[in-house]
Design a protein around this ligand. Structure first.
Ligand code: CTP
Ligand code: CA
Length: 236
């Protein structure tokens, strides 16, 4: 077994992992969200702790992991603040969170009603509202940018891809790795029958500037995590 779990090869290292999907509020009771379970990110945090790292997990999902500092977030903007704060003195940052690309442009401080009264005559408007969206910041790209020329932290991204007429899952993964400028990209094939929230995962681990790739799975999210850390350890 190649895994170095238990060997303590992350001992003394500070690791930050983001996990789960962000929730972007529309009003006090509603949000736009996604199906990310947070399981892969939580498994990464647990595996790093088992290998001796000091781990901060920034997550939108409930987490009770021994030896892991958990920071709970909801929105992409909260995740961004938490990641910048935690990344400042980290050796490794992993963006496993499913960050919403967009958020509602406005937040209604009271519950949006189905019917609103309009005009002095008390006429009612039953039309459906249009939700305007604005882009969220790209946290991974920001972390790469604020690292600048410094060698630390090592930055790991995740990408869920499907193949299409423009290229295979791997083609899209390599292009995203170059675009984002992170050191490692963990590419997940999604689509047909590859359900969210599953306990197993199949990924390809890519390193920037290397033609090699490491294929893992189908395997437990714990085993996938150890394979990712095996790659990261070679870069530390
Ligand atoms: N990510 C991020 N901030 C965002 C969007 C994504 O930090 N606003 C991170 C994710 O956590 C992941 C990586 O970027 O590690 C890739 O996310 P992905 O959604 O695959 O990439 P995008 O650049 O958003 O491209 P697209 O969704 O159009 O494929
Ligand atoms: Ca995205």
């Amino acid at each position: 077994k190649r895994s170095a779990q238990g060997r303590g090869d992350l001992s003394g290292r500070r690791v930050v992992v983001s996990a789960g999907g962000t929730r972007e509020p529309l009003d006090p009771v509603r949000y736009l969200g996604n199906r990310s379970s947070g399981k892969q990110g939580h498994a990464l945090a647990a595996a790093a702790a088992a290998r001796g790292a000091q781990v901060t997990l920034v997550t939108s999902a409930a987490a009770d992991l021994p030896d892991v500092d958990v920071v709970t977030i909801e929105t992409a903007l909260q995740l961004r603040d938490a990641m910048h704060a935690a990344a400042a003195d980290a050796d490794v940052v992993v963006m496993a969170a499913a960050v919403a690309d967009f958020r509602p442009a406005t937040y209604a401080p009271s519950k949006i009603k189905k019917t609103h009264e309009v005009g002095p005559d008390g006429a009612e408007d039953d039309s459906a509202p249009t939700i305007a969206l604005v882009r969220n910041p790209d946290i991974l790209a920001e972390l790469v940018e604020s690292r600048g020329a410094s060698p630390a932290p090592i930055i790991v991204g995740f990408a869920a891809e499907t193949g299409d007429e423009n290229g295979s899952v791997l083609d899209h993964g390599r292009a995203k790795l170059e675009r984002k400028g992170c050191d490692v990209l963990v590419v997940n094939e999604v689509g047909e029958g590859k359900t969210f929230g599953a306990d197993d995962n199949t990924v390809t681990v890519l390193r920037r500037g290397s033609a090699e790739s490491v294929e893992v799975g189908p395997a437990t999210k714990a085993a996938v995590s150890d394979a990712v850390w095996d790659v990261v350890v070679t870069l530390l």
